[in-house]
Design a binder for this molecule. Structure first.
Ligand SMILES: C[S@@+](CC[C@H](N)C(=O)[O-])C[C@H]1O[C@@H](n2cnc3c(N)ncnc32)[C@H](O)[C@@H]1O
Length: 412
């Protein structure tokens, strides 16, 4: 029988469970659950063993948290096995190495106290405290506050105060460049509701109006926003930064006026090294021109930040089409901001002709990439597959407005 609980009752129950897991017996149940998970014991058998050893009250929560820890390991490393996460807070958590980088930059001007406005499981709070700040960790959600308090304690982090509060009210009451008595702030609004991404910033929690108010009132602040945020929303004098890791955008940030250093920034992590491209004003569009010997795919952080023309200038490259973010140049590029492909053939996009060309070149397997085309890359790759041993990359795009296929990186 399932028991329907009021949300407040459910929250109070979750808080009690988290507190129970923080006792020595709870810790033992968590360790046992982790071993059972590593041994791939199925959930039913594992729960019945945990129940027999630790009782029904600890078994379910220990199993649930152990599963979140297992998921968290890839991102949080060794800390994951000491921290507690619910599935919601783990989903909302940023990467600790990026939180650490943000914290260092935010504190570089000398601020020593920071309000983390919406702390969730405490990723930013922990990074800020480790960077040397006194941190006021605020959340409306009692489960988030409990998680942050327990995680801070488990990791031995000092100088953190966890309090209940509404960021909307705190920001409305901000005075003299401070919020909640702190000289700096981090705001990471919840951008999901009911399991769905909220595309409209006015529906974030706290909403867009609080984001703008914080940036205006607390100059030493940073706000995490959705990477797809409409550029027009960014207030005057605020630096926007897009960060990518391994070719995917992982976060977008707006920096308060005291910590803004430029107009836009693309930060591209490659092999753990951060490469930063900045512009103090709009660099405009790159020129377009015919396809040459090399095709360059700008990193998504470079595209989102509108800085493709800077990379084009650096590489002596032009766009293949004024509306498409593919660059082309005579020479191979040695740049962290692009992935490059050698162009072997250029032909009007026609599947039959492409197939014939691949047969002729002995290519049986292709990776298909596209930009500015409605094709489905995986389906096209399947249709082009044969027994031939060669490999290649096929780029389907528009060149000077015309649907075009570029056969690249042929290896036989
Ligand atoms: C995206 S999460 C923060 C994630 C965190 N920075 C991290 O990396 O782990 C947003 C948090 O804000 C909290 N929140 C939402 N609206 C709030 C409000 N008005 N006041 C305070 N906290 C709020 C949510 O409960 C949630 O824990």
């Amino acid at each position: 029988m399932t028991v329907d609980r009021e949300p407040e009752e459910q929250t109070a129950e979750t808080v009690r469970q988290l507190q129970a897991l923080a006792t020595p017996e709870g810790a033992a149940a968590l360790s046992r659950a982790a071993v059972l998970l590593d041994e791939r014991v199925d959930a039913v058998a594992a729960l019945s063993r945990l129940r027999a050893e630790f009782g029904a009250a600890l078994a379910g929560p220990a199993w649930g948290i152990a599963r979140q820890r297992q998921k968290a390991r890839a991102t949080f490393g060794a800390d994951a096995d000491r921290m507690l996460f619910t599935s919601d807070t783990l989903e909302q958590a940023g990467r600790p190495e990026l939180a650490a980088r943000r914290a260092v930059r935010l504190l570089a001007g000398g601020a020593d106290s920071v309000a983390d406005l919406g702390c969730a499981a405490g990723t930013d709070t922990i990074a800020l405290a480790r960077a040397g700040a006194r941190v006021l960790a605020v959340d409306v959600d009692p489960v988030a506050r409990e998680l942050t308090a327990l995680n801070v304690e488990a990791l031995g982090v000092d100088d953190v105060w966890v309090v209940a509060g509404d960021a909307v009210e705190l920001v409305a009451a901000a005075r003299g460049g401070e919020v909640a008595g702190c000289g700096a702030a981090v705001l990471d609004p919840a951008r999901r509701a009911g399991g769905k991404r909220q595309l409209d910033p006015d529906t974030w929690s706290p909403p867009w109006s609080t984001v703008v108010e914080l940036l205006r009132k607390v100059p030493t602040s940073v706000v995490k926003v959705a990477p797809g945020l409409d550029h027009d929303r960014v207030p005057e004098g605020i630096e926007s930064e897009w960060v990518s890791v391994g070719g995917s955008i992982v976060e977008a940030l707006l920096w308060g006026p005291a910590v803004s250093e430029t107009w836009r920034r693309a930060t591209v992590f490659r092999d753990g090294v951060a490469h930063e491209l900045t512009a103090d004003s709009d660099p405009g569009h790159a020129e377009a021109g015919p396809v040459r010997g090399w095709l360059h795919e700008p990193d998504p952080a470079v595209i989102r930040s509108g800085l493709v023309s800077l990379v084009a200038a650096d590489l002596g490259a032009t766009l293949v089409d004024p509306t498409i973010a593919y660059l082309t140049s005579d020479a191979e590029a040695d740049s962290p901001y692009v992935s490059s492909h050698r162009v072997d053939e250029v032909l009007p996009f026609n599947l039959k002709k492409l197939k014939a060309l691949l047969r002729e070149r002995g290519v049986g397997r292709v990776v298909v990439k596209k930009r500015g085309s409605a094709i489905e890359p995986e389906s096209i790759a399947k249709q082009l597959r044969t027994d031939a041993r060669g490999t290649a990359t096929v780029v389907v795009t528009r060149v000077a407005g015309a649907p075009t296929a570029l056969l690249c990186d042929v290896a036989t």
